[in-house]
Design a protein around this ligand. Structure first.
Ligand code: ADP
Length: 577
């Protein structure tokens, strides 16, 4: 009898082993598709999902706030061309992650926000569940696509669809809703395994039509004052060699958008960055490669664009064409294929632009670079943005392969102009929305995905949005050096309360705050620096040691301008004029 009992038990155990569940199917589906990292925040109902993911060999980075985890996932997607995954709890956690999902979609970064959700039946009848919310409906307008999986056997399809939607065509953010009940559902392991999908060719090449290439090259050939504009779509596409060849073979001056800096080194002789206003106003034919004519480019019209011009636009999204101004030569396809087709058509006999145009650009450049060198050379006490950035410019030059994260108002604008980038996809910044709060999320993912030390330079206001993640940085012992440009406030630190009352002015922070102590509180290294020499020493030490470091760089509170370079977007009340 005992033997029969044992046999039955063994049988039951085997049967048990041969089962899988929603938790494991989600993890297996992600791993099957080469997704190795999850950025998230555990809690009901996804705590065990995070635990099991770690137990099954995924790297799970737990944050202190979902928005930062979401930003990390988004930039991981940009850096790897695989969707970055963010995992959150239901309702409030989901909503916190949603800002990052919307930001990813806006920036064309591939990301999947996976959120646990409460019971469908209760949500749909609005019966008041724990963290009840119709998350799918809320996510939909902010995402490129949104899916919900209700049955364990559909997890493979759900994840395959999410991956394809995130990375194919114009990349973007995808929401995947996983109700708590689904995660606990069990099914036969073998059936489960067979239900998973390894996505084949998730971002298929999209070849441009040959006549669109002919049209574009004809227009380029006829140009007297051509200009190439590279955007972060070009950086994302990883067509680095061909893009460089296109620029060099044509001899056309080029401008990189902020996150396209480094696609070719900013010191490249054809870079027209230092003559930006001049080339935008004067060019007659502009070739846009992975850059939209949105607010960052004054919508392709107005004073910025000066003389009449014709546009050639290379983009994977056909509906991007004519979004702001007429596009004379649309080239629709993936940037790799488009640029390679343009190169083939151009051949080796492309007549480079005439000396008149090139000399005029160089003249402006030399003048502006000399002016900038003069500004940078000035040592001020206390430091201003330029004296502080002078040393960081040299640090980046000496460490060209480290990711450089940058956010703020003045800290962003000045750093973008001063700090040259030398390699593609190293500059990670506020992107299409000009959003603040991406700093620590981006820094964490950049360290995790690249394995390199990371330098993050943030204004004190911007840093505040994600500052608590210094604990995450310390907990995972990531080689991140955060520099906070501390001028005691938003834009500046000298505003006064107009009523003379005891409340500080709305743009003020605690004067003389010591952000470095935050990093020390969690076991990292803190430095408080007041001179360029101290700043340089602290940052170099951090990059050398790889220890989590925060450098509180004391900047003149009177330095900085209102809204950085965006003063024109900030309506002023007549009272404050
Ligand atoms: P920036 O802010 O640098 O000007 P944008 O984000 O405005 O850049 O523009 C990026 C553009 O690149 C988007 O219109 C997007 O559709 C496009 N894009 C992204 N990836 C690719 C790709 N692989 N091939 C072609 N176009 C792409």
């Amino acid at each position: 009898m005992a033997e029969v009992g044992n046999e039955l038990q063994r049988h039951a155990a085997e049967e048990h082993q041969a089962q899988t569940d929603g938790f494991h199917l989600v993890i297996d589906a992600l791993k099957l598709n080469g997704i190795e990292n999850i950025y998230g925040l555990p809690g009901i109902p996804v705590t065990d999902l995070a635990r099991l993911a770690q137990a099954n060999g995924m790297r799970v980075i737990s944050f202190r706030h979902e928005q930062n985890a979401g930003n990390a996932a988004a930039i991981a997607g940009y850096l790897t061309q695989k969707p970055g995954v963010c995992l959150t709890v239901s309702a409030p956690g989901f909503l916190n992650g949603l800002t990052a999902l919307a930001n990813a979609t806006t920036n064309c970064f591939p990301m999947i926000l996976i959120s646990g959700s409460s019971e469908r039946e209760i949500v749909d009848l609005q019966q008041g569940d724990y963290e009840e919310m119709d998350q799918l409906a809320i996510a939909r307008p902010h995402a490129k696509a949104a899916f919900r999986v209700l049955h364990a056997e559909d997890i493979g399809v759900g994840i395959a669809r999410a991956i394809r939607a995130a990375v194919s065509g114009r990349p973007g953010g995808v929401y995947l809703d996983l109700p708590a009940k689904l995660l606990g559902q069990s099914m036969e392991a073998e059936k489960g395994r067979k239900s998973l999908i390894k996505v084949v060719d998730p971002a298929p090449r999209q070849l441009p039509a040959p006549d669109s290439i002919d049209r574009a090259v004809e227009l380029l050939k006829g140009a007297k004052r051509p200009l190439i504009l590279l955007g972060k779509g070009a950086a994302y596409a990883r067509a680095d060699e061909d893009i460089r060849a296109l620029v060099e073979k044509t001899g056309i001056p080029y401008l990189p958008m902020s996150m396209a800096k480094g696609l070719l080194p900013d010191t490249h002789p054809q870079s027209a960055s230092a003559a930006r206003s001049y080339v935008l106003a004067e060019a007659d034919v502009v070739l846009l490669v992975g850059a939209r004519l949105n607010w960052l480019l004054s919508h392709g019209k107005g004073k910025t664009w000066g003389k009449p011009k014709q546009f050639i636009q290379v983009d994977i999204s056909p509906t991007e064409m004519d979004s702001n101004v007429a596009i004379a030569a649309p080239v629709v396809g993936d940037i790799g294929s488009c640029v390679s087709a343009l190169l083939d058509k151009i051949g080796n006999n492309f007549a480079k632009p005439g000396a008149e145009w090139i000399n005029a650009v160089d003249e402006r450049k030399d003048k502006n670079l000399a002016k900038m060198a003069e500004t940078l050379a000035k040592d001020t006490s206390p430091m201003n943005f330029h004296s502080a950035l002078r040393v960081l410019k040299d640090v980046v030059k000496a460490n060209p392969s480290i990711p450089f994260v940058n956010e703020g108002a003045n800290t962003l604008d000045y750093a973008r102009a001063v700090i040259d980038m030398y390699e593609p996809r190293k500059r990670l910044d506020v992107g299409t929305w000009g959003v603040m709060g991406v700093g620590m999320g981006y820094a964490v993912a950049a360290a995790v995905e690249t394995g390199k030390p990371v330098l993050a330079v943030c204004g004190d206001s911007a840093f505040g949005f994600s500052g608590m993640e210094v604990e995450t940085i310390c907990r995972y012992n990531l080689p991140i050096c955060v520099v906070v440009f501390n001028n005691n406030g938003v834009y500046k630190g000298i505003d006064k309360n107009p009523t003379g009352g005891s409340d500080p002015a709305v743009t003020m922070f605690v004067p003389g705050a010591r952000y470095d102590k935050m990093m020390e509180a969690f076991g990292g290294v803190g430095h408080n620096v007041t001179t360029p020499q101290e700043l340089e020493a602290a940052v170099n030490e951090a990059l050398r040691s790889g220890k989590p470091t925060l450098v509180n760089a004391v900047i003149d509170p009177a330095a900085g301008t209102e809204s950085g370079r965006l003063t024109n977007l900030n309506p002023q009340s007549s009272a404050s004029k």
